[in-house]
Design a protein. Structure first.
Length: 211
């Protein structure tokens, strides 16, 4: 019985020690150029890690509005270029990629597995657009490097791991901007031509051609 109590005591001590290590790791703070003189730590919420620092709450509250604005902006571009997208199927992949990036870039949560969503559309776009091919390729590469190999170091806020994540996130923002710019650059003349053709068809009597 004493042996059992001894084993139980050692187990409890081990669990407490492990809990202390996890807590100490979670509450580790560092002063970074990003947060200035504000200490930044990682907390746990719903089974995932979250950054705790000055201004994080404001950013989290603004993420929903920013995501909505980004997605609405891309949808507006798609609507404005709808005739072009109907006529040119390869450009549809660009529209899909831009919308996925808009939903990911400003979201409150950005898990590594989310980048799988971009793969089909990015592969199709990359075959025609070298800039988006390079941006997307490096974004996916840095995501693979960061997780899972360097995730522990990132939670410890080691400079190299943090730099990789910051670079990856910057590339994500640039990719969204380039994809939206490419959508903006699609010609709208075809949309006007299509609308005019439908209007002429409605005005012409059935069975009579004017050309």
């Amino acid at each position: 019985m004493s042996a059992a109590l001894s084993r139980t005591g050692r187990s409890a001590t081990s669990n407490i020690a492990g809990s202390s290590v996890r807590k100490r790791r979670t509450m580790m703070s560092v002063r970074t150029p990003i947060t200035g003189l504000t200490e930044a730590t990682f907390g746990h919420s719903h089974g995932s890690q979250s950054l705790v620092a000055r201004g994080v709450g404001v950013a989290a509250n603004a993420s929903g509005a920013l995501t909505l604005l980004a997605a609405a902006g891309v949808c507006l571009l798609i609507w404005r270029r709808r005739e072009r997208l109907r006529a040119a199927a390869p450009d549809q992949a660009l529209a899909v990629l831009a919308l996925i990036l808009a939903l990911m870039t400003f979201g409150k949560v950005l898990s590594p597995q989310f980048f799988i969503w971009t793969l089909p559309a990015w592969a199709l776009v990359a075959a025609r657009d070298r800039t988006l091919a390079i941006l997307g390729g490096f974004t996916l590469l840095l995501t693979q490097v960061e997780f899972p190999a360097l995730f522990g170091r990132f939670l410890d806020m080691q400079p190299a791991a943090v730099a990789i994540v910051v670079t990856r996130n910057t590339l994500l923002v640039v990719s969204l901007a380039v994809a939206a710019w490419r959508l903006w650059g699609l010609p709208v003349e075809e949309a006007e031509t299509g609308d005019a053709a439908r209007a002429n068809t409605l005005r012409e009597p059935a069975g009579i051609r004017t050309d």
